[in-house]
Design a protein around this ligand. Sequence first.
Ligand SMILES: N[C@@H](CCC(=O)N[C@@H](CS)C(=O)NCC(=O)O)C(=O)O
Length: 223
Amino acid sequence: MGKPDEVKLLGIWASPFTRRVEMALKLKGIPYGYLEEDLENKSSLLLALNPIHKKIPVLVHNGKTIIESHVILEYIDETWKHNPILPQDPFHRSMARVFARLVDEQIINVGFISLAKTEKGRESLVEKTRELIKYLEKELAGNDYFGGKTVGFLDLVAGSVIPFCLERAWEGMGVEVITEEMFPEYNKWVKKLNEVEIVVACIPPREKHILHMNKMGEKIRSA
Ligand SMILES: N[C@@H](CCC(=O)N[C@@H](CS)C(=O)NCC(=O)O)C(=O)O
């Protein structure tokens, strides 16, 4: 038997990018050490490991550094092949990557800008967010998860960002964006996600998180 794997994750508790990596490690049952970073005062370890972006999450596996959460999820999936995260079929795999980019490059941006706006300016961004979420609603139709019967890549990416980050920010502001009537499939999916042990184990504590997102919104608005 070879030496046991040494896995370390640098992250922050409220970061959806960190949360999804923890979910993936738990899904695979990989033991890991977790180092909480302080983004106001980044550690020399973080700066040394990720000099390009100076961002979390960073995964260190047997001395090798992997950055960028989508890349980390793929690395984890390719390194430990049991309980696959990405779809096995190349077409489905490519679609999961496309929708994951939609979440991280568009939905998260529009969602976060909406925190910066006053009530009136927020309306059009909320509408824009809904337009984007319609693509996910269509993708979910007839499935428990984006991954089919079990959680997969897009569930981890979208789940960490939308219900367990953006929706909490909107909730703190008293804005309802993704209603049951408008998005029944999405809301069914969130209920299912709330039953998945590895997901629940990784989402930030609700009240603390809502306060954190409120503070973040105030900071963005007063900038
Ligand atoms: N594309 C990156 C985004 C990671 C990211 O934005 N991390 C934020 C925290 S949520 C960060 O480290 N920010 C520090 C900074 O921008 O200086 C990923 O998917 O890992």
